[in-house]
Design a protein around this ligand. Sequence first.
Ligand SMILES: [Zn+2]
Length: 232
Amino acid sequence: MPVAVSSPFSVAQFQALARLRGPTGPRCDLCAAPLSAPHDHLLSPGRTVVCACAACGLLLGAAAGRYRKLPTRVLRLGPNAITPEDWAALAIPIGVAFLFRRDNGAGAAIYPGPAGVIEAELDAAVWVRLAASCPPIAAMAPEVEGVLAQRMAPRPELPYPPPPRHYVAPRDRCLALAAILRREWRGFGGGDGAWRALDQCFAALDREAVDLTAQCRTAVELAGAGREPPHA
Ligand SMILES: [Zn+2]
C-alpha cells in the first residue's frame, strides 16, 4: 500500500498557479520580473515548482544547480506500459496519477486527493518492473518528469472503459491537471465538467506528444511472458 506523506509543495504550487492568473499578470517567482508566455518552470530545492523569467531560468536552471529546469517534452507510451495487474499492485486509489522517480531511485506518485495533492511512495518491486519493461520510463529524469497515467473506470455514457493513457510529461503538467480537477470536481463521481476537463488535458498532451508506443510492451510480448494482453 502506498503511504501518504506530507506534501510541502502543494500549497505553494497552487499559489504559483493562481499567480499565473493574477490581476497584474504573471511574474517571475524569483525576481518578480514580468513573465512572458511560455516561460520556464524550475523545481526548487524544497521541491516547489516556480515560474522563472528567462534570466533566472538561465542562471538558476543550469546543470548541477540547486534549482532544476523542468523539461518540456511529452512522450506517448502504449496502453500496456502499465498493465492492469501492475496498476492494481501500485494501490493508487484514483484513476489519475503522476508516477516519478526520486533522486534515490525509489518510485513515488502524486495524485489528487480530497484535501489537495497527495504524494505517496510506490511499491519498489513494481516500480523496478515498470522501468525494466519500458525504456522511456527508465530514461525519465528524476523528480522533474514522470508518467502521467489515466486509468479510468467505465463511465455510464460509454459502452466500454476508455483505454489507459500514459504520457511521460514534466511535473508542472501534473500539478496543472490536479488544480483543474480540484476546481471542477463535484460530488462523488466528479461530474461532467471534471470529466471534460480531464479529457481536454489528455487531448492536449496527445497533440504535443512524440509517439514512443513502439518502445513499450506489446500485446504479443505480454502474451509471450504469460501475461494477459489487455489491449492488443
Ligand atoms: Zn526572474
